[in-house]
Write a protein that binds this ligand. Structure first.
Ligand SMILES: *[C@@H]1O[C@H](CO)[C@@H](O)[C@H](O)[C@H]1NC(C)=O
Ligand SMILES: *[C@@H]1O[C@H](CO)[C@@H](O)[C@H](O)[C@H]1NC(C)=O
Ligand SMILES: *[C@@H]1O[C@H](CO)[C@@H](O)[C@H](O)[C@H]1NC(C)=O
Ligand SMILES: *[C@@H]1O[C@H](CO)[C@@H](O)[C@H](O)[C@H]1NC(C)=O
Ligand SMILES: *[C@@H]1O[C@H](CO)[C@@H](O)[C@H](O)[C@H]1NC(C)=O
Length: 186
């Protein structure tokens, strides 16, 4: 009898908390960090900078002069890109996805800097349909650049992590970069 009474009270308290909380958000529950997984990825980013099928294009450029003359790129240039992700650096290597994004070129000082918003989407294997979002500065003068992973879709939902990017080949027409990515996701 006493137990039934206690259970009834628990039920009443639960229902009242549900009705109070059910306005536009759920009850906040403890976050189960035990569910988190870590995945390491290794692939190559293939970028074509000139020719008939470039994967990067300029959207706009502000008409401002640099503070110094030594930069090869002007301050305030907005770029768009749709680069190809492959398993290896060779052009006939297997395509695993693409990186679509927006970049801002910054060369206000003598160090050219890029700020990227990049979505790396995969089209094969376990992560087919999933993608990783990176939002980071990319100091092009550094040999190995660290980029931050700020989110993801599909299997990479709620991802966080980092990537290390290094140019593998850079010439007048192509840039091929090698990426090591560590992602914590659910
Ligand atoms: C760019 O700025 C310079 C100097 O302010 C000006 O003379 C020129 O007309 C501008 N060009 C364009 C395309 O707005
Ligand atoms: C830019 O170059 C010109 C000519 O070489 C030079 O006179 C000027 O001082 C330079 N400006 C800066 C900010 O370095
Ligand atoms: C630009 O280049 C000149 C000559 O190479 C150098 O003396 C100067 O320090 C450079 N300026 C900046 C801001 O890096
Ligand atoms: C990737 O997923 C798409 C959509 O579900 C599917 O059409 C395609 O066949 C898959 N590709 C591979 C290689 O599994
Ligand atoms: C630039 O690199 C690409 C990819 O390796 C290669 O196919 C192309 O022939 C190279 N171009 C030049 C001018 O070296």
């Amino acid at each position: 009898m006493r137990i039934t009474l206690i259970l009834t009270w628990i039920l009443i308290l639960y229902l009242s908390s549900v009705s109070v909380q059910s306005k536009y958000h759920s009850r906040s529950l403890p976050y189960d960090s035990e569910e988190a997984k870590v995945t390491n990825l290794h692939f190559f980013l293939h970028e074509t900078i000139s020719g008939s099928n470039p994967t990067v294009a300029m959207i706009a450029q502000a008409n401002v002069t640099n503070n110094d003359n030594n930069s090869s790129v002007p301050f305030s240039t907005v770029l768009t890109l749709d680069d190809i992700l492959k398993i290896g650096p060779e052009s006939n290597s297997e395509v695993i996805g693409n990186a679509q994004g927006l970049g801002v070129l910054i060369a206000e000082t003598s160090t050219t800097n890029l700020l990227w918003y990049w979505d790396f989407g995969f089209i094969t294997g376990k992560f087919n349909g999933s993608s990783i979002s990176m939002f980071s500065r990319n100091p092009t003068t550094a040999m190995v650049r660290e980029l931050s992973v700020v989110g993801g879709r599909g299997n990479f939902r709620m991802a966080k992590g980092y990537a290390q990017l290094q140019d593998y080949i850079q010439n007048d027409t192509n840039i091929i970069s090698e990426l090591y990515v560590t992602v914590i996701h659910y």
